[in-house]
Each structure stands twice: as C-alpha cells, then as structure tokens.
Design a protein around this ligand. Structure first.
Ligand SMILES: Cc1cc2nc3c(=O)[nH]c(=O)nc-3n(C[C@H](O)[C@H](O)[C@H](O)COP(=O)(O)OP(=O)(O)OC[C@H]3O[C@@H](n4cnc5c(N)ncnc54)[C@H](O)[C@@H]3O)c2cc1C
Length: 400
C-alpha cells in the first residue's frame, strides 16, 4: 500500500480547509481569550459549521453526524487540529466525541434518545470519569469507585479526577467497580450519571501547567457520594467497562494524533517562515545549519507521523483493530509534537514564549499528550509485547 492509495476526500477537505482559513484561524486571538466573547464566537462558528454540512464528522448520520471513515477523517481532522479550537467548532471535541461513539455503539434506544442525540447536536456537553487520584490511571483494574445494585438503582460512591469538561456538563459516563470478585477486566462497568443527580459534586477545576481553561476543557475533581441512578443507566452489560473503554480509547487516541498533525504542521510552518525573516549575525536564521537541521528533522518526523496515521486509519476502515499501529503512533507522535513545537519556539526566541504566536499555548497542551489516553511507557509496552509475542510464536512481525 502506498500513500497515494490513501486518497484524500477532496471536496470535503477543501471545504474544511477553507472554513478553518477563513472563519476559525483569523479569529484565534479572540478564541484564545477564553472569555464570554470567545464563547459567543464559538457558538456562532458552530452554527456555521452545522449549516455547511461539516458537523460532527466522527459519528454516523443516524447519530446526528456526518459519518465518514477513519481515513477521510484523518485528512479533515488534521485541518481541524491546526488550532486547538477547531474540534469545538466542528463538534468533535474530546471527551464528547468518544462518549458519543460509545453511546452509539452500546447505548439502548432510550439512552440514545436521552443522552446521545442532544450530545451530538451540541446542545449539551458530557464528561468521562475514569481516572482516580488514589490509584494509577494506567492500570484501571485498580479503580476504587463502587457501584452497588440497590433494587432498581445503582448506588455510586467514589472519587475521580481529570474528568475533563465536567464543569457545566449535562452528564458523565462513570467507570465504577460493580463486581469486585470478578476477573480484573470484568470488575468494572460504565454508568450514565446526569450531572444534577444529588451526590455528584464537581469539587474543583484543576489548573494544569498554570492554565485553568474554559469549562468545556477544564480537568475536574469529582466526588460521588451516595449517587443514585436508575439501573437502566448502565451502558452496555455489567462488567463491560473495560471492553467499552477500549472501544472508546482506541479511536480516541488516533483522533488525537490526527489533530496533533495539524499542530505539528502549524508549528513547522511558523518555524520556517520566521527563520526566513529573522536575521542574526548578518544572515537569516534559515541559513544556520542548526536551524536547517531542525527543519529537516521536523519535516521527516511529521511526514512519518502522517503516513503512520493514514496507515492505521486505513487498517481500521478495513476492519482491523490496529492495536500496535495505534499505540505506536500515540507515543511516537506525542514526542514529535512536543519536539517540533519546541524547536519552533526556540527559533522564535523570546517571542516564542509570548502570546504573539500560538506556540506557547500549543506547547503547554502538547505536554499532556504524553500522558492522557495512556502514558508513552504503556504504549511502548503494548507495541513491544505484541511484537515479541509474534516472534515467540515463530511468526515474527511483518510490516504490512
Ligand atoms: C489533559 C488530561 C486530560 C485527561 N482527561 C481525562 C478524562 O477526561 N477522563 C479520565 O478518566 N481521565 C483523564 N485523564 C487522566 C489520564 O487518562 C491519566 O492521567 C493516565 O491514564 C495516566 O494515569 P495517572 O495520571 O494516574 O498516572 P499513573 O498511572 O500513576 O502513571 C504515572 C507514570 O508512571 C509511569 N508508568 C505507568 N505505567 C507504566 C508502565 N507500564 N511502564 C513504565 N512506566 C509506567 C508513566 O511514566 C506514567 O506517566 C486526563 C489526563 C490529562 C493529563
């Protein structure tokens, strides 16, 4: 398979690129302020995205989205990812996108009506509440939040953090232990919890790297104390928590990487443009070999990330889980993203640390990419274990 066989969705791609160039990027400085004016502009841009038929490309039309394949989405999502605001404008922002996908896959008709449709329509927001401060998020078999069946209800008690977007959300999907005696990967279930249920308390939005964010993106500490929801709020079957989490996180990871491509590309373009215009010691920075090395390395690494992403997306469209490909691109792209942005900042000197370019904000957000949806080390382990297993069985690993 060659890259040329991974044809981009030309009409739509140009439409998204034009929308980003004309409507979103020129307004980035307003969106960056994360104030009421920025919220109003987001609402306006979302309306325009809906009218242009570009809304929610990650979910199928029966769920209210545009419903395109992973390969096509890779191309569109790179454009959407050029600014951190793109995903919000197109209605495919984390964590709502992942929540919509699992509701579409596992939700009952009643759950879809009540939770999925308003979510995809952009009328409400949601959060995904799995990670807990007391136990390692990398190993969710250790989760402590409990859900006990009490008559026709689930009774939930627990403590979570990094429940992104919980402030002002309409509901959360909470991962809780429903059978502590089951096999480790059958212990937990996912339960839909309306945010206004008594006992749900958003304790605080946790600032990260000095940034608080706006409510759609803040990372929240949430306590669940004697929370009661109907038994019918169980998503999927009892004990399916890990299975559903895996279905959610696999696509979620590659969706992140698609947008990171947009971030890398943007940083790369800023680096090249600035190095041509800025002179030091009598010549443009672009003439310095160190800067040329940064540009060449960044080009090669971004190109590798893009091809790896298209390859994984193509395999997923063909019905492959692409576990190795997704884990490989998750840790590899997270590092490339951080390094390319960092080189671009270095080329800009002090200006790179200011808000005169988007680089500082991009850098802050990029650091988290090496931790959320699985730290680098865990993804390396997944890749190595699967490859070694193939060798141990005598098959070896064949790049296809
Ligand atoms: C910006 C952001 C948004 C997030 N949003 C959400 C959300 O919406 N919902 C949610 O539930 N969670 C969310 N999370 C939490 C995230 O999923 C966890 O942080 C992640 O799973 C890691 O868990 P932990 O922080 O408990 O780190 P731990 O599991 O305690 O790991 C700490 C470190 O140990 C090392 N480590 C762990 N395992 C291994 C291993 N096998 N081999 C070698 N080293 C290892 C790694 O270096 C790792 O960084 C978010 C996190 C961030 C940063």
């Amino acid at each position: 398979m060659t890259a040329s066989a991974w044809a981009p969705p030309t009409g739509r791609l140009e439409q998204v690129r034009a929308f980003m160039d004309e409507r979103v990027l020129p307004n980035e400085h307003v969106l960056d302020r994360e104030d009421d004016e920025a919220d109003a502009l987001v609402a306006q841009l979302r309306t325009e995205a809906k009218e242009s038929g570009l809304w929610a490309p990650h979910v199928p039309p029966d769920a209210g989205g545009t419903g395109i394949g992973f390969l096509d989405y890779a191309y569109l999502n790179e454009q959407i990812g050029r600014t951190v605001w793109g995903q919000l404008v197109f209605g495919c922002q984390a964590p709502d996108a992942g929540n919509a996908e699992i509701l579409h896959l596992f939700g009952t008709e009643e759950q879809k009506e009540r939770f999925l449709h308003p979510l995809v329509a952009g009328d409400v927001r949601s959060f995904f509440s799995m990670t807990e401060p007391e136990v390692p998020g990398s190993d969710p078999t250790t989760l402590r939040t409990r859900a006990v069946r009490d008559g026709g209800e689930w009774l939930i008690d627990g403590h979570k953090w990094f429940s992104s977007g919980a402030e002002g959300a309409a509901f959360g999907i909470v991962m809780a232990v429903t059978d502590p005696d089951a096999d480790p990967h059958r212990r937990a279930s996912q339960i839909l919890v309306p945010a206004d249920t008594p006992g749900v308390e958003v304790v605080r939005a946790i600032p990260t790297m000095g940034h608080r964010g706006r409510n759609w993106s803040t990372h929240c500490e949430v306590r669940y104390t004697g929370v009661r929801v109907p038994a019918a709020n169980l998503l999927g079957g009892e004990g399916d928590g890990f299975l559903i989490a895996q279905k959610r996180l696999g696509p979620g990871r590659i969706h992140h990487v698609m947008r990171w491509l947009g971030q890398m590309q943007r940083a790369f373009e800023l680096m090249c443009a600035y190095s041509l215009g800025r002179e030091s010691f009598g010549e443009p920075l672009a003439r310095k070999q160190t800067v040329q090395n940064w540009i060449a390395d960044s080009y090669a690494e971004i190109h590798a990330c893009r091809l790896m992403t298209l390859d994984a997306a193509h395999k997923i469209d063909a019905g492959d889980e692409a576990r190795v490909e997704i884990s490989a691109i998750k840790f590899f792209a997270a590092r490339v993203l951080q390094e390319v942005i960092d080189r671009a900042i270095q080329v800009h000197g002090a200006r790179g640390l200011t808000d005169e370019t988007p680089l500082a904000h991009m850098s802050m957000l990029a650091r988290a990419g090496r931790i959320y949806d699985g730290p680098d080390e865990v993804h390396r382990q997944v890749v190595a274990k699967r490859i070694l297993k193939a060798f141990a069985s005598g098959d070896g690993w064949h790049f296809s």
